[in-house]
Design a protein around this ligand. Structure first.
Ligand SMILES: Nc1ncnc2c1ncn2[C@@H]1O[C@H](COP(=O)(O)OP(=O)(O)OP(=O)(O)O)[C@@H](O)[C@H]1O
Ligand SMILES: [Mg+2]
Length: 371
């Protein structure tokens, strides 16, 4: 089988797995160009380059931006999978930055001066292609270091390919001390080709179709319904259900969360795992940032003795609502009968109202991300 991203994309369209889409073809052509440059460049350390006394030009990177469900992640994954080079890494941007901050902390402990160069060197040794999904900048800690980090990486010959919902000019928009961040935007414009993938179709919304998002009661029917939606949204073959990937999610600060099913921005959890264990807003926000869709199974009717679970569920739904996460669930009752009495029953009304809105067509059509 050909490994050119162009051919593989054409084959998927041919096979009817992808709908023909002119904007996607443009993006694939741009990705194919990066692929050719990456594969054409001689591997690092080849003598002739040393002999000529200069390094080969690294492949120029790519910044793909556009609305939700346009196929950015799908195309980048196809590209990443196609590129035949040894040292490549694909990361979710937010998790990459958590890793960077951990490395910064470790470097600072050594007190050996500027912590960024050794991190850049380590990253460049690990990968000459770095693919990021969902580049978004929403805190000053990231904003302040990105310009230096990425100029270092690019100077070290690393090719960066990234997706984002925003044009580079709109990254960290209205952020605190944004002037510290502006050099990063210039860097992107100088070193990455910027391409819009913003056609008229939100394919994810199409895939969700008219699937019900709140299924009652808990049981085999509800499970079967949710699982069908999961496979439809992730393109995963249902007959291979035993091998759906799990994820050990790093929530920062040494906190980990086991995600029993995690694929293409969709996660599956039980109510127990998220609301019966000691978890808080920071954990829920991390989940909300990381996944555009969360499927939760086994929500019981809550009573006065479940006040902690109820309070956590309120916090969870607030986080999901804030980030416009699509929430699909199986429960023993409709939202308004979920917590008939107990502490915090009054606050729970807001949750009921949000849960109703989260089932609406308008909500489901909105993009993932903070409001
Ligand atoms: N041309 C297409 N035909 C059919 N399905 C498609 C097509 N393009 C994308 N899809 C599917 O639509 C869904 C959404 O695509 P994808 O996740 O790549 O969107 P995205 O642009 O990354 O969205 P977001 O910005 O929310 O991350 C995926 O399941 C993907 O396989
Ligand atoms: Mg995506």
């Amino acid at each position: 089988m050909s490994t050119s991203v162009l051919d593989r994309h054409a084959a998927l369209v041919q096979a009817g797995e992808l709908r023909p889409d002119a904007d996607q073809v443009r993006a694939v052509s741009a990705l194919a160009k990066v692929q050719a440059e990456l594969e054409g460049a001689p591997a690092r350390g080849i003598t002739i380059w040393r002999f000529l006394g200069r390094k080969p030009e690294p492949a120029r990177g790519l910044y793909i931006w556009g609305g939700v469900g346009r196929g950015k992640s799908m195309l980048m994954d196809l590209f990443f999978d196609s590129v035949q080079i040894q040292r490549k890494r694909r990361a979710h941007f937010h998790e990459f930055m958590i890793d960077i901050h951990a490395r910064l902390k470790a470097e600072r402990v050594k007190e050996k001066g500027d912590p960024i160069p050794p991190i850049v060197a380590a990253l460049a040794a690990e990968a000459r292609l770095l693919c990021f999904d969902e580049m978004v900048v929403n805190n000053m800690a990231d904003a302040a270091i990105m310009s230096r980090l990425f100029s270092g990486l690019i100077a070290a010959g690393v090719t960066v390919v990234t997706t984002s919902n925003r044009h580079p000019d709109d990254l960290y928009k209205d952020g605190l001390n944004r002037q510290l961040f502006l050099p990063f935007i210039d860097l992107v414009k100088e070193n990455l080709d910027i391409i819009a993938l913003d056609g008229p179709t939100d394919y994810r919304r199409d895939r969700l179709g008219s699937a019900k998002t709140w299924l009652t009661p808990n049981g085999p029917d509800a499970t079967a319904g949710l699982s069908e939606t999961f496979f439809k949204m992730t393109d995963y073959p249902p007959e291979d259900r035993a091998h759906v990937p799990t994820l050990e999610m790093d929530l920062g600060g040494g906190r980990m969360l086991h995600v029993p099913k995690a694929l293409k921005g969709v996660a599956v959890f039980s109510f127990k795992r998220l609301c019966a264990e000691a978890r808080g807003a920071a954990d829920y926000l991390a989940i909300a940032r990381r996944f555009h869709t969360v499927i939760m199974v086994g929500i019981p009717v809550l009573g006065p003795h479940n006040r902690n679970e109820a309070a956590r569920f309120v916090t969870l739904i607030d986080a999901f609502y804030e980030y416009r996460v699509k929430f699909l669930a199986s429960a023993d009752a409709e939202p308004d009968h979920l917590y008939p009495q107990g502490d915090g029953r009054f606050e729970f009304d807001r949750t009921v109202s949000r849960l109703m809105e989260m089932q609406s067509e308008d909500y489901l059509a909105e993009g993932h991300g903070p409001r």
